[in-house]
Design a protein around this ligand. Structure first.
Ligand code: UDP
Ligand code: MG
Length: 334
């Protein structure tokens, strides 16, 4: 039963966040005051001292635990691992750089405890201190994605509270390449919103480069919708119509004996059609690569170490994918 004393798990994916890990943990614990909260850090293959910080924190405070990946598996994998490890009646996914204010997380928790929503979504009011390229890119990304997917993803973030039911649903989703942000819309579960201001980073540097963002955008659009592939068919139909008109015109010119100097047209057509063909092939390639990645059915992440309570339980705790992998057993069959 949900109440204000229910356990809430805070999932914190962290890649090279040694500068902010401690700050984040203490800010969250103090914001949650006497509420029942646990923190799960997921160290996504950090190469700095993040894991040492997490180990130290978990020794000092039994409410803090950590999962460490063998290498960088990406934020989606880290969120997944955090939710697998969560013991709470609900879980809140946050960034470990304190860009999502802990007080909003508390608001989310209180809203969940009092109401009956299964998901509480953090909605960005506006962004601070972000470079114009990023801003433009993110507006474009969400503009396209929202249109393709037929839902508004603008201003959405990975800052969400999931009820146990939503966590279980997410854990059951078999795909290797998930898109956490879209789960709310996709699941259709009862959702409430919490608005918040994005704070500047509490320390350290952003992990996103321009290239990484472009990859992320392409990956997520193609994970979420197959519309781009259908657009290839439409482009083909459009060019077919074009071809019919052009053929008719060319034949007419030929018959009336005015067919001269068509070289420019030939070159332009060749280039346009050539590029469209290549883009289309590339697009289909992206989907095939995705299918290939999915059918390999590899684990989403490999855990090298755990810190805190789970470690002491020595794998005798709840049956969880990361523990299976850690102990050399096969990942669960879906
Ligand atoms: N992160 C991660 N794995 C990655 C990239 C990022 O776990 O491959 C974490 C990172 O440590 C941070 C959160 O995801 O807690 C958001 O990353 P960041 O703050 O760099 O992104 P931004 O806020 O600039 O969009
Ligand atoms: Mg950030």
């Amino acid at each position: 039963m949900r109440s204000s004393t229910s356990l809430c798990t805070i999932v914190l994916p962290a890649l090279n966040e040694e500068a902010v890990a401690e700050k984040a943990a203490s800010a969250i614990l103090s914001a949650f005051e006497l509420r029942n909260v646990e923190i799960v850090f997921v160290d996504d293959g950090s190469t700095d001292g993040t894991w040492d910080k997490v180990k130290k924190l978990s020794k000092e405070n039994p409410r803090i635990r950590g999962v460490r990946f063998t290498r960088n598996f990406g934020k989606e994998g880290a969120i997944r691992a955090g939710l697998e490890a969560a013991n709470g009646e609900c879980a809140i996914v946050m960034d470990s750089d304190l860009q999502f204010p802990p007080k909003t997380a508390v608001e989310m928790f209180d809203l969940w405890a009092k109401g009956n929503a299964l998901i509480i979504e953090g909605v960005k009011i506006h962004r601070q201190a972000e470079n114009p390229f990023y801003k433009m890119f993110s507006a474009m990304f969400y503009g396209i994605l929202s249109r393709l997917a037929g839902m508004d993803l603008q201003n959405s973030s990975d800052f969400k509270l999931l009820d146990r039911q939503a966590i279980e649903l997410f854990k059951k989703m078999p795909e290797r390449q998930s898109f956490f942000r879209a789960i709310t819309c996709w699941s259709g579960m009862k959702t409430e919103r919490c608005h918040f201001m994005v704070e500047p980073r509490a320390g350290g540097k952003t992990k996103w480069s321009g290239i990484k963002l472009v990859k992320y955008a392409i990956n997520n659009i193609t994970s979420y919708t197959t519309l781009p592939m259908q657009m290839v068919t439409f482009a083909g139909l459009f060019f077919l119509a074009f071809a019919v008109v052009l053929t008719a015109q060319t034949l007419f010119m030929k018959i009336t004996g005015k067919a001269a100097g068509g070289f420019t047209t030939v070159i332009v057509l060749l280039l346009v059609i050539g590029s469209i063909l290549m883009i289309s092939l590339g697009l289909i390639g992206i989907y095939i690569a995705k299918i290939y990645d999915e059918i390999k059915f590899r684990p989403r992440f490999v855990v090298s170490e755990i810190a805190g309570e789970e470690a002491r339980k020595d794998g005798s705790g709840p049956d969880r994918e990361f523990l299976d992998i850690l102990s050399g057993r096969k990942p669960r069959d879906y």
